[in-house]
Design a protein around this ligand. Structure first.
Ligand SMILES: NC(=O)c1ccc[n+]([C@@H]2O[C@H](COP(=O)([O-])OP(=O)(O)OC[C@H]3O[C@@H](n4cnc5c(N)ncnc54)[C@H](O)[C@@H]3O)[C@@H](O)[C@H]2O)c1
Length: 258
């Protein structure tokens, strides 16, 4: 029998950017652990989000797909309110939506900077705020921010990305401190390099260069798969994690252990 402390039965989760990649795997994993799931993504990804919806429903859980662009800050609270209206509650928010720009610091434009910081950091904050307003009324909840191992170490060509993820790691601590009195825990997950459509599209290196990089930086010796992040997310969303807050759970194949 499965350990009841990790069951999400009866809970409702919202995952941003869940049409593909890590968000999609987390949405399906949360459903496997028992949660009903609201999947969401930018309007142009709604068809792909509906594929995630079908996979969640295939696990026997309720699901709906929402158009939610986290850059559209004025629309965030309304969409979160709609999720609560449709599902009756909101217990878990996974702030997964994120973008990367690989560019040397000398070449980063103001537009690059704003796109990355606004999506990864500002979007995370305002989604957390919108969800927490309901969670305060409900008497508790779980917020899980997808940060990065690059929120704690630097990497070349990642000025805006590393700044955004470092911001997410420390924002997680502030929200944890403010909201634990309401029964809301706020934690982050720090993935290492993970095979996703967005990551692969941004990586223009040859297979040989990637293999050399993995040998040098990645004790695991390969990129991770999105499904290897599900257990961390289910734990942080679960009743077992009631005393875990403000934590950055790094799941990076040993990248930051070197
Ligand atoms: N893949 C990795 O190696 C890796 C490593 C560390 C952290 N992460 C983080 O994991 C998260 C998911 O990344 P991924 O690799 O799955 O990327 P991905 O590009 O494959 O998927 C990201 C999803 O977010 C959506 N999205 C982008 N901008 C959005 C916006 N403004 N509003 C709503 N949705 C938006 C995209 O449409 C897409 O569906 C990101 O926060 C990323 O920074 C990824």
């Amino acid at each position: 029998m499965a350990y009841a402390g990790l069951s999400l039965e009866g809970q409702v989760a919202l995952v941003t950017g869940s049409a593909r990649g890590i968000g999609k795997a987390l949405a399906i994993g949360l459903a496997e652990a028992g949660a009903d799931v609201a999947v969401s993504d930018i309007p142009s990804m709604l068809d792909e989000a509906k594929t995630t919806q079908q996979l969640v429903e295939g696990k026997g859980k309720r699901c709906r797909a929402y158009a939610l662009d986290v850059l559209d800050v004025g629309n965030i609270q309304g969409t979160v309110n709609q999720v609560v209206a449709d599902f009756g509650r909101l217990d878990i928010l996974v702030n997964n939506a994120g973008i990367r720009v690989r560019r040397l610091a000398l070449d980063v434009s103001p537009e690059d900077w704003d796109a990355v910081i606004d999506t990864n950091l500002k979007g995370t904050f305002f989604c957390a705020q919108a969800a927490a307003r309901h969670m305060v009324d409900q008497g508790g909840g779980r917020i899980i921010n997808i940060a990065s191992q690059m929120g704690t170490v630097g990497a070349t060509q990642r000025a805006a990305y590393c700044a955004s993820k470092g911001g997410v790691v420390n924002l997680t601590k502030v929200l944890a401190l403010e909201w634990i009195q309401h029964g809301i825990t706020v934690n982050a997950i720090g993935p290492g390099p993970t095979s996703t459509p967005g990551m692969l599209a941004a990586d223009t290196r040859s297979d040989e260069e990637v293999a050399q990089d993995m040998e040098f930086h990645m004790p695991l010796g390969r990129r991770m798969e999105p499904e290897e992040l599900v257990g961390a997310c289910v734990y942080l969303a679960s009743p077992s994690a009631g005393a875990t807050t403000g934590h950055h759970l790094i799941v990076d194949g040993g990248w930051t252990a070197l």
